[in-house]
Design a protein around this ligand. Structure first.
Ligand code: COA
Length: 385
């Protein structure tokens, strides 16, 4: 029976998972039992991707082999780039990424091998290639040639390098790395669930990932970070932030980057990004966008308290926007940057769906629906309608 409490599967436990845990009341997130703050402070995206996929932190040798594998699979075949080059320039980056990831199936020698080992290899290739697809499209869209990956750089820094054609400063590279760690996984959200549903049919890794990318592309999910930047650009002047927020409320619109369906306190990822964002952009000519972000958060909190007596907190999408913008990433690409970060979590969930730990067995998702349409209708020939 569908009720206002369980609509959209809210509150329904659909599966067990070993991958991550969210505590919305306490504002906690842990990957494989490790607190997100601990990982953001001490780890790297490569190490976190290993942790999510394999279930435990790697030894130095395991991390080195995993990172080398990611580096070895970063290059797109020239035919793939040539096919991107033929597409209309206004193709949305998420459409490029979704289609591009589907097409990777054709280049994967393991595509018809559904063993655990083959699927882990596919996961590495997908995680390695998603940043290259996004960066190549960004360059082609700007009438620039794609930049070859730099094998000496880790994944996040190499992404910035391929986007801009110059190596990022250490602090910017660390920000991108931490941002990727923070976006890498978040339990059974819409895109992860979508990937799992597709994997549960026996579809391959790329088909499952592409479905997740499609789900993430919506403005209610992975599109919020781009909307934060659009709102900042729309407001333009720091002095106009408060009246802009007031106007949003008047029109019954939500302020992007604020509030969360699960966290009832500050999103732990937003807290980490907030302090990093401030230090990355403090001397940057684009600092005012960060300042405006802070004002937007305060104005929203203040107004919601005054109008409805309710608390609201920043979410993960709030603080990345102004920093990605300062790094030269256009906001239309923000959801794709989210997707390349989430690739690690999606791969872990697809693997868990395909190879669940006993006693759980693989099961095709097949919920019921309540039919509320008309019944007992008789077919009327077309000439009599
Ligand atoms: N701006 C203004 N008001 C907001 C708000 C926002 N971003 N988010 C929530 N509120 C209001 C709600 O309208 C609600 O008031 P009401 O009970 O009178 O309707 C109140 O705050 C409490 O909302 P809550 O139940 O905690 O959140 P939710 O489950 O209704 O919504 C989101 C959660 C994420 C859908 C919502 O916060 C939102 O749309 N945020 C903006 C988009 C965004 O940043 N998404 C990325 C999420 S990671």
């Amino acid at each position: 029976m569908v009720t206002t409490e369980n609509i959209g599967l809210r509150g329904i436990v659909a599966a067990t998972t070993h991958i991550s845990m969210v505590d919305g009341e306490e504002g906690k997130l842990a990957y494989r039992g490790y607190d997100i703050e601990d990982l953001a402070t001490n780890s790297t995206f490569e190490e976190v991707a290993y942790l999510l996929i394999h279930g435990s932190l790697p030894t130095a040798d395991q991390l080195s082999a995993f990172s080398q594998d990611l580096v070895a699979h970063r290059r797109l075949p020239s035919a793939f780039i040539a096919s991107l080059d033929m597409l209309p320039l206004n193709t949305p980056p998420m459409a490029i990424l979704q289609s591009g990831v589907s097409l990777l199936a054709g280049y994967d020698p393991d595509i018809y091998d559904e063993s655990m080992e083959a699927n882990q290899r596919k996961a590495i290739r997908a995680i390695a290639l998603m940043p290259t697809i996004i960066a190549a499209w960004k360059r082609l869209k700007n009438n620039q040639g794609p930049v070859e990956p730099d094998d000496s750089l880790p994944l996040a820094a190499n992404f910035l390098y391929m986007i801009r054609g110059r190596r990022p400063a250490e602090e910017a590279a660390r920000f991108m790395d931490v941002s990727m760690i923070l976006h890498a996984e978040h339990t059974f959200n819409a895109s992860t669930f979508t990937s799992r549903v597709v994997a549960s049919t026996g579809a391959d890794m790329y088909a499952s990932l592409a479905a997740g990318i499609g789900a993430l592309s919506g403005p209610l999910h992975g599109g919020a970070n781009a909307q934060v930047m659009r709102n900042l650009l729309d407001t333009k002047d720091p002095e106009l932030v408060e009246s802009w927020v007031e106007d949003q409320f008047k029109r019954g619109k939500k302020v992007s980057g604020m509030g969360h369906a699960v966290y009832k306190t500050i999103d732990p990822r937003a807290r980490i990004l907030q302090s990093m964002a401030r230090s990355v952009v403090k001397d940057h000519p684009e600092y005012r966008w960060y300042e405006m972000t802070e004002r937007m958060a305060l104005a929203t909190q203040d107004l919601l308290m005054r109008r409805k007596g309710k608390h609201i907190y920043p979410n993960v999408d709030l603080y990345s926007a102004s920093v990605y913008h300062a790094m030269g990433i256009h906001h239309e690409f923000f959801p794709a940057v989210f997707a390349m970060s989430r690739s690690a979590g999606w791969c872990a969930h697809i693997l868990e769906e395909k190879f669940p730990s006993p006693p759980v067995r693989p099961a095709l998702y097949r919920p019921e629906s309540t039919y509320v349409g008309p019944s007992n209708r008789r077919y009327v020939p077309i000439g009599e309608r």
